[in-house]
Design a protein around this ligand. Structure first.
Ligand code: SAH
Length: 496
């Protein structure tokens, strides 16, 4: 009887926090894993590339670690691997730098399970680089030590030789809780390091909220307290830290420190979320709805002289339905094509169609106005969501056109999870990109009192007002770029 093939365990470093600092190999393994067991300090987007059917397990520890948990993690990894699953053991930074990766690998070796180690960018070095601190520098430091210590400040740490650390001829990089800073400085000074030795604390290195605090060993504790330094942070000791004054290179991004809730359906949210994150925002996706394609019969496209599309999703689904029948862009050759806005036009462009009509105002009324300036259509196909507004159809009928509606999808409610709910109550901004997102979201939750409401345009704003919410910001251009511009202008203005 042949045994079932065993899975393999991959110890993968997820880097210090910026998702762009994950390795190509890490992304590849995350995308193919059956199971991902992840720790606390991994980039928030690290799991977004996981397979939809992958099993994701959070096994992180808050604060200090208990070896009992460690035992459980090892047991879990072994069980999955023995059941034939490929397991990614995802850890912050590098898995073999203070990540207990070595211990877990020993347990696998003892059990005869194959594993692979994928190094990651370690926080101590990355946080320095990101703050303008080279951990080595000719003439200043030709050695660097990575150091960790017990998290419990009450316990006297016997594992570190402070005399040796104080005498170390180079940069010291401490990975540990900020509660220990006072003791760390006192110990190094007592062991002979100069009280005037420059020190830097880098909090949330490589993340949009990164902050650097410069001090000396003598002033470290007081300054850290005054600045309310919070974990995760690394503390770098040595003359190289003074270089941060000249080499700090990150510009504070415009939305740093702001939380923005994105309420679009998950399938459509990513481009908005990515652009907000790139501007430094903390983005929480709270989709209150999703779209479900309908099984539809395509009418004979050649019978129409105008095709109207009112969403990028509609474009995708139309081409899917066409593809099923072996059709491509050529079957739209005889039709004029109208797109409600730039997002819809871009989706058409991706399928080889340049829209003939794109109104300046991305609403049904705007589309009607733009169409009024063109030759009157005779037979119009409107491909769109089942529950869309009828303004477009009525307007076309009023112009004497024959109109057929192709309802490609339904929009249905999706429950908002606890993270989304918490963010809504306290976010700086909540964005609404359609009247349906307004309806679906407000039926489940309401934004908190300090949260500024951003609307993509007049139709969305009307839907908000209908529910007694006056938008604080309305985009002038009714597309994603316009929405982001309006939000950024608001954040940069008096509401900073
Ligand atoms: N394996 C990880 C380290 C795990 S120990 C690595 O190679 O980076 C956890 C410690 O790493 C934290 O207490 C903190 O000191 C440090 N750390 C992790 N992420 C950090 C970040 N983004 N900025 C600063 N320090 C960080």
């Amino acid at each position: 009887m042949s045994a079932r093939r065993e899975g393999r365990v991959y110890f993968v470093g997820a880097g210090p926090g910026d998702p762009g600092l994950m390795t190509a190999r890490a992304l590849e393994l995350i995308a193919s894993a059956d199971v991902i067991l992840y720790d606390r300090l991994i980039p928030s987007e690290a799991l977004s590339g996981a397979r939809a059917d992958a099993e994701l397990g959070y096994v992180g520890k808050e604060g200090g670690g208990q070896s009992a948990d460690q035992q459980e993690i090892e047991t879990l990894m072994l069980a999955h691997a023995r059941a034939g699953r490929n397991v990614v053991r995802l850890k912050g930074g590098d898995p073999f730098v203070f990540g207990r990766g070595g211990e877990e690998a020993l347990a696998l070796r003892a059990a005869g399970i194959a594993f692979e180690v994928v190094p990651g960018v370690t926080a101590g070095i990355a946080a320095g680089a990101s703050a303008g601190i080279p951990v080595t520098h000719r003439g200043l430091a030709s050695a660097v030590a990575l150091v960790t210590a017990h998290e419990d400040p009450a316990k006297d740490d016997q594992s570190l030789d402070w005399d040796a650390l104080a005498a170390f001829p180079g940069t010291l990089v401490f990975y540990m809780g900020v509660r220990q800073l006072e003791r760390l400085a006192a110990r190094l000074i007592a062991a002979g390091r100069s009280p005037s030795e420059p020190v830097a604390i880098v909090e949330r290195g490589t993340l949009p909220e990164q902050r650097t605090t410069l001090a000396t060993l003598a002033t470290l504790a007081a300054i850290a307290k005054q600045r309310e330094v919070r974990p995760p942070a690394v503390t770098i000791v040595g003359p190289v830290t003074a270089l941060a004054e000249q080499l700090a290179w990150r510009e504070p991004p415009v939305l740093a420190g702001r939380t923005v809730v994105v309420t679009r359906a998950r399938a459509q949210a990513s481009s908005l979320s990515e652009r907000l994150r790139a501007l430094g925002a903390r983005v929480v996706e709270a989709p209150a709805m999703r779209t479900v394609a309908r099984a539809v019969e395509l009418p004979a496209l050649a019978d129409f002289d105008l095709l109207c599309l009112t969403s990028a999703n509609g474009v995708e689904l139309l081409f899917e339905r066409m593809g099923e029948r072996g059709l491509d862009a050529r079957s739209l050759a005889g039709l004029r094509v109208a797109a409600i806005g730039p997002g819809t036009a871009a989706a058409l462009h991706d399928h080889g169609i340049n829209a003939d009509v794109v109104p300046a105002r991305s609403v049904a009324e705007g589309l009607l106005e733009a169409l009024a300036e063109t030759e009157a259509p005779r037979r119009v196909l409107v491909a769109r969501a089942a529950d869309a507004r009828d303004v477009l159809i009525e307007g076309l009928l009023a112009r004497g056109a024959e109109v057929e509606v192709l309802a490609l999808y339904d929009t249905i409610a999706e429950p908002i999870d606890a993270t989304g709910m918490a963010a809504l109550a306290d976010a700086d901004y909540v964005t609404f990109t359609s009247a349906s997102t307004v309806r679906f979201l407000l039926s489940q939750a309401t934004p908190g009192p300090r949260t500024r409401i951003v609307s993509i345009g007049p139709v969305t704003s009307e839907a908000l007002r209908a529910q007694q919410f006056e938008p604080h910001v309305e985009a002038r251009r009714h597309d994603i770029a316009g929405l982001i511009d309006a939000l950024v202008a608001d954040a940069a203005g008096s509401h900073a």
